[in-house]
Design a binder for this molecule. Structure first.
Ligand code: ZN
Length: 311
């Protein structure tokens, strides 16, 4: 069994409009944009990172805004809900705040004893704010949102799959422990990790349509490991179990490996090192367009292709 996974590192989704995405995360949800770079495989598309002050692993929501991308279709084999943690007692604020911003899909419920507010992102993304303990995390107070309400990072995510048992087995192998079940949802928790330590697996009917990725879909979900040595141990353990895992890829702010789960979700394992302040001062994170060195020679062209982004 793997003992190096520390909870979530980041969640990466796809969007249509870059400016709509930027304003939703920085103004409506009050996160900090901690990096403005490009998709390393398609440099004409931004890769935008939002999180807490420094983009602590477990707080980082990232997006590829592809322009006129059609919306995805929700279904089996995807991260169905991306869940952010907010302080206890803050959901009433959020209900009013999000309603005031015209956010759709607002619905409160209690799952596993936690109060939550479901809502839609600009491209129909499925999100929830879950009341949680603060656990040493500090919200970035962007968009005029106070410290008593601000997003603390991820609570976790809910997977929607046809094969809950197989996906659960993989999570167990990755160091998660099966906790409670409520209806069709089983909770998995990781001990000794960061605060983004919860994964819920929702069992869908075997006839449920498969998700079709598009704007508003999660592209992949990344789990955190401390360093590159831990990442290599995880990679080896996965390969020994029969998973096809990519080589280690340098993403400038972390090192990444990827593999696909039995249920169809793309998993990444990302290092906590070196972090988002490796090429910018903490005070100015996310302001300048940062390019991987191989694209630096094409900066002028790339800047022309990218839509200007409001601060
Ligand atoms: Zn990633």
């Amino acid at each position: 069994m793997i003992k190096d996974i520390k909870g979530l590192h980041h969640v990466t989704s796809m969007a249509a409009d870059a400016n709509q995405n930027n304003s939703f995360f920085t103004e409506t949800l009050g996160l900090r944009r901690v990096k403005k770079t490009v998709n390393f495989d398609a440099p004409e598309v931004y890769h935008l990172y939002y999180g807490d002050e420094v983009g602590t692993p477990g707080s980082i929501m990232t997006y590829f805004p592809f322009g006129n991308m059609p919306k995805g279709r929700r279904g089996a084999g995807e991260v169905g809900i991306t869940e952010f943690a907010v302080p206890d007692g803050s959901l009433e604020f959020w209900q009013n705040h999000l309603a005031g911003k015209g956010v759709s899909g607002l619905k409160t419920e209690t799952v596993f004893g936690q109060n939550r507010l479901n809502f839609d992102g600009p491209d129909g993304d499925s999100f929830a704010l879950v009341e949680s303990e603060v656990r040493d995390r500090e919200a970035w107070t962007g968009g005029g949102i106070s410290q008593n309400a601000g997003v603390l990072g991820f609570n976790g995510a809910r997977f929607r799959v046809r094969d809950a048992a197989a996906t659960g087995e993989l999570l167990t192998f990755m160091g998660y422990q099966k906790a409670e079940t409520e209806g069709d949802i089983t909770r998995y928790l990781i001990e000794g990790g960061n605060a983004a330590d919860t994964i819920d697996i929702e069992q869908l009917a075997s006839a449920a349509p498969v998700a079709d990725q598009g704007a508003g879909s999660v592209h992949h979900i990344a789990f955190a490991v401390n360093d590159r040595a831990a990442q290599l141990r995880v990679r080896q353990a996965l390969m020994d179990t029969g998973y096809q895992v990519t080589p280690v890829i340098d993403r400038d702010y972390f090192w990444a490996i990827y593999f696909r789960t039995p249920g169809g979700i793309l998993f990444e394992v990302a290092t906590n090192e070196p972090g988002f302040d490796r090429d910018e001062d903490t005070a100015h994170l996310g302001e300048a367009l940062k390019l991987p060195s191989r694209y630096e020679a094409h900066r002028a062209q790339i800047e022309q292709l990218l839509p200007p982004l409001a601060a």
